[in-house]
Design a protein around this ligand. Structure first.
Ligand code: SAH
Length: 396
């Protein structure tokens, strides 16, 4: 994962890539999702939240320029994966999460993995963690309508805040504290995160549309159309596929579609097996339409098995003729015709069976057949002057 989704996409920070090699991501995903843990995709962690995509996490950590001696804060602990990575790079990690269950789960994970330099708290991270401030770096793993002022205030001098912000479009920003009241803001590209819900963020009722914070003024640091960061490294626009935001719903839909596909596949398999047995399967027979009637013909059959072919003539006052060619008699022998034909003739290699017409209604004739020869056989059958080519596969 590190090689494929992180290093190759331009993450160079050794601290970050080493941490990603050390922290087992599969321990941070929901049971059942472990096999996807190393894909570059966000995954559901419950409560409608997602563990971020590895590349985005790596990018945020790199942009936060974490140092071994740093005291850092993550807002939006979620699964705890990002905080775990931070704990492998920095000295001390504070991590705040609004969902109690997620916070407790993350705490348990840290204990199990022996990551003892992380403090987890349940609360509204849009207000930061004032008791532990100032921080050398703050990473916000959910998107705010604007940069919360409390987080800026809790940065140490030179401290970096990496946060996705935006109303209609989310941009990843890095805010660096350059003085007591001076901040530098850089645009790192387009992103898609779950909303940061809190007093200085979005409200819970309409997470993506209702902001409780005032809108941010456009910053002059915002980059041009093609996102490039301050160091000039090429950065692609990071957009997750549609529907990923509500990831549990996306996964539920995915599994539902897969289940339907399985059911269809199983039904087809059963249908084919019935067809193979030569009886009753929807693929074992075919109805061939003619202007003056129709023929129900065996498409799949077994060698030496009795078969039935039915010919339905449309109402007519004249005699009706059903014709077959010589090849038909290689595949099938005719054991009986019911009701019997009025006459039989041979003309141009075709055998004709003549039946009296019935002006009052359609007439059904049943040919009792015996399959003769295994393999694929092609014959032509006809009603009156019309003929059709038809294949039959007879299983040995
Ligand atoms: N970094 C996480 C992914 C977090 S998803 C990981 O690696 O798994 C974003 C998280 O932010 C969610 O768990 C969500 O519950 C949390 N969140 C949203 N608003 C918050 C707030 N105001 N304070 C703290 N956590 C918040």
């Amino acid at each position: 994962m590190v090689e494929h989704h992180v290093t190759r996409r331009g993450i160079r920070d050794r601290g970050v890539t080493e941490a990603m090699r050390t922290v087992p991501r599969e321990k941070f995903v929901s049971p059942g999702c472990e096999e996807f843990a190393y894909e570059d995709t966000p995954l559901s962690i419950g409560e409608g939240q997602t563990i971020s995509q590895p590349f985005i996490v790596a990018l945020m950590l790199e942009k936060a320029r974490l140092d071994a001696g740093d005291k850092v804060l993550e807002v939006g602990t979620g699964s705890g994966y990002t905080s775990a990575l931070m704990s492998r790079i920095a000295r001390r990690v504070y991590s705040i999460e609004r969902h109690e269950r997620l916070a407790l789960q993350a705490k348990e994970r840290f204990e199990k993995l022996g990551y003892h330099n992380i403090d987890v708290r349940v609360g509204d991270g849009s207000k930061g963690w004032p008791e532990a401030a100032p921080f050398d770096a703050i990473i916000v793993s959910a998107s705010a309508p604007a940069v919360p002022s409390a987080l800026k205030a809790q940065l140490d001098l030179g401290g970096r805040l990496v946060i996705p912000v935006g109303r209609s479009e989310q941009r990843l920003k890095r805010v660096t504290r350059t003085g007591a009241a001076a901040f530098e803001e850089e645009d790192l590209g387009g992103v898609l995160f779950v909303p940061l819900i809190g007093e200085d963020a979005w409200t819970a009722a309409h997470p993506m549309y209702t902001a409780t914070a005032p809108p941010s003024p456009e910053t002059s640091a915002s980059g041009p159309g093609s996102p490039r960061n301050a160091e000039g490294e090429g950065m692609e626009k990071i957009q997750l596929p549609g529907g990923v935001l509500d990831h549990t719903a996306f996964q539920r839909r995915f599994w539902a579609i897969q289940r339907i596909a399985w059911i269809i596949f199983t039904l087809l398999l059963v249908a084919c097996l019935l067809g193979l047995l030569g009886r009753g399967g929807p693929f074992s027979r075919q109805t061939i339409a003619f202007p003056e009637g129709a023929v129900d013909f065996p498409v799949l059959s077994r060698w030496k098995a009795p078969e039935i072919m039915t010919v339905n003539f449309a109402p007519s006052s004249e005699d009706r003729v059903f014709t077959i060619d010589a090849a038909f008699l290689q595949s099938f022998s005719i054991e009986g015709v019911d009701p019997p034909e009025k006459a039989t003739f041979v003309r141009q290699g075709r055998i004709g069976y003549v039946f009296p017409g019935n002006p009052a209604g359609s007439t059904q004739i049943v040919f009792r057949l015996q399959t003769q020869l295994s393999g694929l056989c092609r014959t032509t059958i006809g009603i009156d002057a019309e003929t059709r080519a038809q294949s039959t596969f007879i299983f040995p």
